[in-house]
Design a protein around this ligand. Structure first.
Ligand SMILES: Cc1cc2nc3c(=O)[nH]c(=O)nc-3n(C[C@H](O)[C@H](O)[C@H](O)COP(=O)(O)OP(=O)(O)OC[C@H]3O[C@@H](n4cnc5c(N)ncnc54)[C@H](O)[C@@H]3O)c2cc1C
Length: 491
């Protein structure tokens, strides 16, 4: 007979999935003195924070995430000695460049005044300053509010109220009401497009404002050596606390795990329904129905390039930023970001021809600032656009056309490319359902109450969700895992 858990001298926990949130949950449990085993399906830790040679030998590509404003701002990551395990942030001179068809680029500079000066008009500069200055001044407090527990008494109610006043607006409305000129409007549209929401949807401004404020404070760093360095540092710290990691171990059902006082699942609701199918269907049908109703958002269509040279931008300023937004004007970006919400088959996107789509493209060129990414003199670049969930419509040509638009001659620099449509992304990492990189749609309701009103708690005793399908949602910051584990460790 196995010994009952309660008579053991040490509490035990299991974590399923070694993405940034699974690793953060595991560290938090280990910090509480709980004996913690982490199970990961892949051969390496990191989930969507991994790096590999996707194209040619010596070219190291971020397979998922690549730029880390929220990791640099994360109160949990900042409490850990990750530098001791080799994590080094590289801050490009400019967080973000947004080229326009007139051959110039709007820049989100670290310096607020410098950003205001390139917005094209004094009135837009004044509006930008009045929107951002309060968020910048109270940035650590804002991070605690938006990355902290959903249900809490605000520590900075005035700041939160001011942020909410503008953040709850559709980005299209905020851009048109706050700014008169094309430059500031385009900048805000590109920032807000990270929300993976239609820009006409309430709350689509919020992520844009947070990312702008991050640009002026913690920056938009890349990790030296790639995203894998973040995961490797988290894993090394976890192991230093006595935790164990089992790689190549895909958990098929919760019942295969040894008895534990808590099980934390770095998976999305659809996977939890598979991991505990019998239990949920027999004993917790109401909760199972809630999980089934959870909505996944648009997917992404991703390309990585090995390049012979730096991208030949028309606007030379684009070479000062790791992140470049390719989508032109506010109106174009609004239209582009509405497309992924249409059905995959009815979207009319075919990637070529006169009706070829102009997707909004997020591009990262890390090797300009981190020579370890490519052989000497060579370069890497990474890009994606949002597409309908699970869409298999080829978009590589449309993405490359957007790069050519702002960097004629780009095609001549391509040595090799790797193309990952949503189905390939999901095959690589089962959490990327239909290519959704946020762990679920960022609808106004699911921004806060994800995946169900009980958040991290499931209907299953001792079983918790801790992935980006829980608050505060997508991006590499580890806060979903940390907050879930704080709750779980109170047994
Ligand atoms: C293409 C792309 C670009 C992105 N860009 C950025 C960016 O630039 N900046 C940013 O901050 N964020 C970005 N993100 C989002 C960010 O990577 C995710 O929000 C973050 O990785 C979520 O962490 P997670 O731990 O919740 O899940 P994941 O990172 O998805 O990790 C989940 C892990 O669980 C494992 N797993 C799942 N099921 C099982 C099972 N049954 N048994 C064992 N293991 C299992 C998976 O193999 C995986 O390793 C991007 C994501 C993608 C895909």
């Amino acid at each position: 007979m196995p010994e009952p858990i309660t008579t053991r001298d040490r509490r035990r926990a299991a974590v399923i999935g070694a993405g940034p949130n699974g690793l953060s949950a595991a560290i938090t449990l280990a910090q509480a003195g709980i004996s913690t085993n982490l199970f990961e399906a892949s051969a390496t830790v990191g989930g969507a924070a991994r790096t590999g040679e996707l194209t040619l030998p010596g070219f190291h590509h971020d397979l998922g995430s690549s730029v880390f404003p929220m990791a640099a701002a994360s109160p949990f990551f900042n409490s850990l000695p990750l530098g001791r395990y080799g994590l080094r942030w590289i801050q490009p001179p400019v967080p973000l460049a947004h080229p326009l068809d007139d051959g110039t680029a709007v820049l989100l500079e670290h310096d607020l005044a410098a950003t205001c000066a390139n917005l094209g008009s004094t009135s837009d500069a004044a509006s930008y300053r009045s929107l951002l200055q309060p968020l910048i001044e109270d940035w650590p407090a804002l991070c605690r509010e938006i990355l902290g527990p959903v249900l809490h008494l605000p520590h900075s109610p005035l700041l939160l109220a001011r942020f909410g006043l503008y953040g709850m607006l559709p980005a299209a409305t905020l851009a048109r009401s706050a700014f008169k000129g094309a430059r500031a409007r385009a900048l805000l549209a590109g920032l807000a497009a990270h929300s993976v929401m239609r820009l006409t949807t309430p709350f689509s401004s919020a992520i844009g404002l947070v990312l702008a404020a991050a640009g002026h404070t913690t920056g938009w760093p890349i990790a030296e050596g790639g995203a894998q360095s973040i995961a490797a540092a988290l894993a090394a710290h976890f192991e230093s606390l006595g935790g164990t990691i089992q790689l190549n171990h895909r958990v098929a059902t919760l019942s295969e795990l040894e008895p534990a006082d808590a099980i934390l699942c770095d998976v999305t609701p659809r996977q939890l329904r598979q991991l505990a199918a019998v239990d949920l269907q027999q004993h917790h049908r109401g909760y199972d129905r809630q999980l089934a109703r959870y909505r996944y958002g648009p997917g992404v269509y991703k390309i990585d390039w090995a390049l012979s040279d730096p991208i030949p931008w028309t606007a030379p300023d684009c070479g000062r930023a790791a992140t470049v937004h390719l989508g032109g004007s506010l109106e174009e970006i609004i239209a582009a970001e509405a497309e992924p919400w249409k059905s995959a088959r009815g979207s009319g996107r075919n990637g070529k021809g006169s009706d070829a789509p102009k997707p909004f493209v997020l591009l990262v060129q890390p090797s300009l600032f981190d020579p370890s990414r490519a052989p000497a003199g060579r370069h890497t670049a990474w890009a994606y656009c949002h597409v309908p969930n699970g869409s298999d419509v080829p978009l590589a040509a449309a993405i490359e056309a957007q790069v050519e638009r702002f960097a004629p001659g780009f095609g001549d620099c391509i040595l090799a490319r790797s193309v990952m449509p949503p189905s390939d992304l999901e095959e690589w990492n089962p959490n990327l359902i239909g290519g959704d990189i946020s762990g679920g749609a960022m609808t106004p309701r699911q921004l806060l109450l994800r995946p169900t009103p009980s958040l991290y708690r499931t209907a299953l005793p001792k079983v918790f969700l801790c992935s980006s399908s829980t608050p505060p949602g997508g991006a590499v910051h580890g806060m979903c895992g940390h907050l879930a584990a704080l709750l779980a460790s109170k047994f």
